[in-house]
Design a protein around this ligand. Structure first.
Ligand code: SF4
Ligand code: SF4
Length: 288
């Protein structure tokens, strides 16, 4: 089963939930944590894995042979990302904008475009205390997170539980990370900002047809609008974590919640059971 852990906005406690869920399940199931928040991966700070393997991630970017080029402008015309510009006697490629789609090379009438690999980051994998661990890192200044996320997800096991930590928001990297999940946990807080971003995240998941449930973190800090919204939209609140100085203190010291306060392990196992029930119920509905 693949469970993604996402949030409409940053700083809601997504890492706390993803790491604690993985650590709670390790005695019961084969479990793997994939940190797909490649612009700012931080699950390793809590899991402290021994990383044993590293792979470079690169994307193909065009290289123009100026001997063959007639400066016809076709490549710039077909590029949907403005990543190539044709001047009077020069073709400029902007690798940071290039999505590696290959359209410019395909349509070049002179076959003057070849591809060269450009390094954008790395994927590292290893093991931490019974949890298989993989994370991606996007190089500073690079904008193309999806190829790294895809490469992280290639490591997903077909057995046991795979937990995917998704970057905050609702943009392309989020869609790339959550797609193919059996369930998505949305971590939010009971504030107007939390609600606003939660609504956007729920809309995105509905488009992708992925069932979701809520972890309400820092309960007690705001108002009851998130609960009202969840009730109205029939979205289950599967776990509530109160605003609590002990929890905040263990988190700020890089200690996972279920290790700093082991009594929380039961709650996270209960969370996993509820997710399994929803996913199994949904597949039997589809079979009928
Ligand atoms: S399409 Fe090919 S020939 Fe035309 S400007 Fe681009 S690289 Fe040059
Ligand atoms: S590979 Fe695609 S995105 Fe990159 S420059 Fe060519 S057409 Fe544009």
């Amino acid at each position: 089963m693949i469970i993604s852990v996402a949030s409409g906005k940053g700083g809601t406690g997504k890492t706390l939930v993803a790491t604690s869920l993985a650590l709670s399940l390790r005695d019961r199931d084969r479990v793997q944590l994939l940190d797909c928040d490649v612009e700012e991966p931080n699950d390793h700070v809590f899991l402290k894995p021994a990383l044993t393997r590293s792979e470079i991630v690169s994307v193909p970017v065009p290289k123009v042979d100026e001997e063959r080029c007639t400066y016809c402008g076709k490549c710039a015309e077909v590029c949907a990302y403005n990543a190539i510009a044709v001047m009077k006697q020069k073709v400029l490629v902007f690798p940071e904008l290039c999505h590696g789609c290959g359209a410019c090379g395909y349509f070049c009438p002179e076959k003057a475009i070849s591809e060269e690999a450009k390094e954008i980051g790395a994927v590292e994998s290893g093991y931490s205390n019974g949890v298989g661990f993989v994370h991606g890192r996007l190089d500073i200044g690079e904008a193309m997170a999806p190829p790294i996320i895809r490469q992280v997800k290639e490591h997903a096991s077909h057995e046991g539980t795979v937990i995917i930590d998704v970057s905050p928001g609702t943009s392309c990297p989020v869609v790339e990370a959550v797609k193919d999940s059996d369930f998505c946990l949305l971590v939010t807080e009971p504030t107007p900002f939390g609600l606003n971003d939660l609504v956007l995240a729920v809309e995105t998941l509905r488009q992708l047809n992925i069932p979701c449930g809520i972890v309400l973190n820092r309960a007690g800090v705001g108002d009851g609008k998130v609960e009202e919204y969840c009730q109205k939209e029939n979205i289950p609140i599967l776990l509530t974590i109160p605003l609590n100085t002990e929890i905040a203190s263990s988190y700020s010291r890089g200690i996972p919640l279920v290790e700093g306060l082991p009594q929380w392990k039961v709650s996270f196992l209960g969370l996993s059971d509820k997710i399994r029930e929803i996913v199994n119920g949904r597949s039997s509905d589809t079979e009928r």
